[in-house]
Design a protein around this ligand. Structure first.
Ligand SMILES: Nc1ncnc2c1ncn2[C@@H]1O[C@H](COP(=O)(O)OP(=O)(O)OP(=O)(O)O)[C@@H](O)[C@H]1O
Ligand SMILES: O=C(O)C[C@@H](O)[C@H](O)C(=O)CO
Length: 334
């Protein structure tokens, strides 16, 4: 049974929607940010990272979003272009908004945190009028991330994206991407996440993110299968629950379940794992691979990115992922 049918006649493989921001990753690592003096600037924002990952993996990629009318906004657009991402639907916001900043603290490889400066962020100024039906219907798939639901008008724009995607048979990937700092209440968050998830084909999140979505449900136990099967009553075909270094598990509407393992990594920082995993997984599914192989690709991409200082810059090519997996297999046979 083919779970996901990607229309081969579409001109775009993938469209990312939402947050385009800047990562400022501490250069002096393995210490608190209070002791950090310098940072390296990268393009960031979970949907941006995933889109860059998809493009690096050879997929024809577009983006729908807003950037600030400043040097950071121009830096982001230029970087997307350099990575062969169509920016015809990336709008420069003229309302005086600013670029969201993500300062990353790397206290240790396992103890990392992100300080987000997101007041008046341009990405949340995305409006329904920015969402073009004729653009969306060109795509085989698209990705929304939950943070774009945090505020109006971005919230309404996302629901219009979902309406057009459903109308034109565009496969929708929903990366939950829960960032508490962007929301006013957990209740509001759960309501909007659930409303969006009902319209999506593939839902990807961590155990904690799904727990947030399920806060109104009287669950006797934390159960990945219980989490997944709820969404098969809606539009979902695949639900993926990520468990950090313990790997991931995927459930399918036709009753399948698949555990994803991890690759050994020389971890510099843990963040970026989710975005690179999503890029590798989505790429694999678009290649027509079975879930275990697609999950393996995602895990390999994640291991590569968490072994690097950046997220977007480190998103691997097909050749890099293939070489990484081959090298790991050879080391296993020695
Ligand atoms: N320490 C690790 N070593 C190897 N692989 C890892 C490690 N941490 C995460 N991964 C891989 O990345 C995938 C996603 O990681 P995780 O569950 O942390 O998602 P996330 O919380 O969304 O990530 P992020 O920290 O980027 O927000 C995991 O399922 C696993 O395959
Ligand atoms: O998504 C964000 O706002 C933060 C990202 O830019 C950062 O690269 C990260 O946390 C990736 O997981």
């Amino acid at each position: 049974m083919t779970l996901l049918s990607f229309d081969p006649n579409r001109t775009l493989d993938f469209i990312g929607v939402g947050r385009l921001c800047i990562d400022l990753n501490a250069n002096e690592i393995n210490r608190p940010m209070e002791e950090t003096r310098t940072f390296t600037k990268y393009v960031g924002g979970s949907p941006a990272n995933i889109s860059i990952g998809m493009s690096r993996l050879g997929k024809k990629t577009g983006f729908i979003g807003r950037v600030a009318d400043d040097q950071m906004g121009r830096f982001i657009v230029q970087y997307l272009k350099e990575n062969q991402i169509d920016t015809s639907n990336v709008i420069t916001d003229k309302s005086g908004s600013v670029t969201g900043l993500a300062f990353t603290e790397i206290k240790s490889p396992e103890d990392c945190s992100i300080l987000l400066y997101r007041d008046n962020a341009a990405d949340l100024k995305l409006e329904p009028q920015d969402v073009r039906e004729d653009y969306i219907k060109q795509a085989k798939s698209l990705l929304i991330s939950g943070t774009a639901l945090a505020k109006s008008p971005s919230r309404e724009a996302i629901f219009l994206v979902l309406e057009y995607a459903r109308k034109h048979g565009v496969i929708v990937f929903f990366d939950i991407d829960y960032r508490p700092y962007t929301w006013t209440s957990q209740e509001e968050t759960a309501i909007y996440y659930n409303l969006a998830a009902e319209k999506c084909d593939v839902i990807i999140g961590t155990r904690e993110e799904f727990d947030m979505m399920e806060q109104f449900e009287q669950r006797t136990e934390e159960n990945d299968w219980q989490t997944a099967k709820k969404w098969f009553d809606y539009h979902a075909k695949i639900v993926v629950i990520k468990h950090g270094k313990d790997g991931s598990i995927a459930y399918t509407k036709d009753g399948g379940s698949f555990e994803g393992s991890t690759f050994p990594a020389n971890v510099i920082k843990t963040f970026g794992a989710g975005d690179s995993y999503a890029a590798g997984l989505i790429y694999g599914l678009m290649q027509g691979w079975k879930l275990p192989k697609a999950m393996e690709y995602g895990s390999a991409a994640a291991a590569i990115v968490i072994s690097s200082h950046s997220c977007s810059d480190a998103m691997p090519t097909e050749e890099q992922v293939d070489r990484f997996i081959k090298k790991h297999r050879q080391s296993e046979t020695v």
